[in-house]
Ligand binder design. Structure first.
Ligand code: FA5
Length: 339
């Protein structure tokens, strides 16, 4: 009997030594130490042994069980350690490999210009006003002193949604909404997108951006308007660019002017960007017409004001020497990366 027990021990130890995973090791444990295992069978059959042999055999079986258990625990630790090493090996990071390059985006040149102009005006005490892009005929034209069938409407032909609703042709509609909504003194700029059914060429697109400005206060004169616009242009373009105020006509300002800046692409010599004139028109401006003040509920005897509306694309073109407005919308990374 003792030999048999010893043989079981050797066989078990040999099997434990040869298993290569935890599942097989558990199988060995069940075979030798489980309820139906060989050693348990011997313990169950102790009744048939001579009484004096029972403690001897019982002690031996328990000792062998202890040995097998010990061998199983050791093997279990070895297998777990090996599995951990294997996992670590698979998860090793090669710090010498080049990393994944993260492409950092940049602001679009139009956004850069918007941000710069907003900063300049916020520094002058202006706040930012907003209005809808889908506008009524009243705010886009009528309240700006363009009565129905007024010929000046032709200069701003647009996309109509219904007879009375249209895509706004300029940000000047925000002037009216602002004056209706707040008492003077008023100092606002209104940046936004506008629409016209203009043909596309190097300086025109049917969708473009404007920044409107409106200042209403006591004793505001054309000199204030000139002062603010010259300050803006010098800040944007530096002292080298020439500024020109040209008399013009807008139904909602009187007197009115268009403001040109000497062309940066040709330095004023004349090129495709400036249609050979040496100048690029960037904005319209003037003193707010008394009719417009009155229609918006502002007493024109007490208050006066100036307004201007500038084309943001044209300013970006001048500032960065861009010779075709379409480049701003082509989404060509070779172009956009330069800003
Ligand atoms: C106006 O839109 C007036 N609302 C401006 C104004 C505001 C005058 C307040 C007086 C008081 P105008 O149509 O000239 O004016 O357009 C203003 C600017 O928008 C132009 O100087 C030009 O820079 C730009 N612009 C006009 N049409 C286009 C176009 N199709 N594509 C790109 N820019 C344009």
């Amino acid at each position: 009997m003792e030999d048999k027990i010893k043989a079981i021990q050797e066989e078990a130890i040999a099997k434990i030594g040869s298993v290569s995973n935890l599942d097989d090791l558990e199988g060995v444990r069940v075979d030798y130490l489980g309820k139906k295992g060989d050693l348990t069978k011997i313990l169950r059959g102790m009744g048939s042994l001579e009484p004096e042999m029972r403690p001897v055999i019982g002690g031996l079986v328990n000792k062998v069980k202890g040995e097998i258990n010990k061998a199983i625990s050791q093997k279990e630790s070895q297998l777990k350690e090996a599995a951990k090493k294997e996992r670590l090996k698979m998860e090793t990071i090669d710090v010498t490999l080049p990393g994944n390059e993260l492409k950092v985006g940049k602001k679009h040149p139009l956004t850069l210009v918007f941000d710069e102009i907003k900063d300049i005006f916020l520094g002058l005490g202006f706040t930012i006003a907003e209005g809808p892009e889908i506008e009524t005929d009243y705010y886009n034209f009528e309240a700006l002193n363009f009565p129905d069938n007024h010929p000046a409407r032709d200069m701003q032909d647009t996309f109509y949604i219904t007879e009375n609703t249209l895509l706004r042709t300029h940000t000047s509609s925000v002037q009216i909404r602002t004056m209706e909504g707040q008492e003077p003194p008023i100092r606002v700029i209104a940046p936004g997108r506008v629409y016209r059914s203009d043909d596309i060429d190097a300086t025109h697109t049917p969708v473009f951006h404007q920044i409107e400005g409106l200042m209403v206060d006591k004793d505001i004169s054309f000199a204030n308007l000139k002062g603010v616009l010259i300050k803006l242009i010098k800040e944007l373009f530096g002292d080298d660019r020439e500024v020109r105020f040209r008399p013009s006509y807008f139904p909602f300002t009187e007197p009115s002017a268009e403001v040109d800046v000497s062309c940066a692409a040709c330095d004023g010599d004349g090129c495709r960007v400036c249609s050979g004139t040496g100048w690029l028109e960037i904005l319209g401006a003037g003193m707010v017409h008394p009719n417009v003040l009155e229609m918006s509920g502002v007493d024109s005897e007490e208050w006066s004001g100036f307004a201007f509306g500038m084309g943001v694309e044209r300013i970006a073109m001048l500032k960065y020497g861009i010779d075709d407005i379409r480049l701003l919308y082509n989404n060509d990374l070779r172009f956009l990366k330069q800003f």
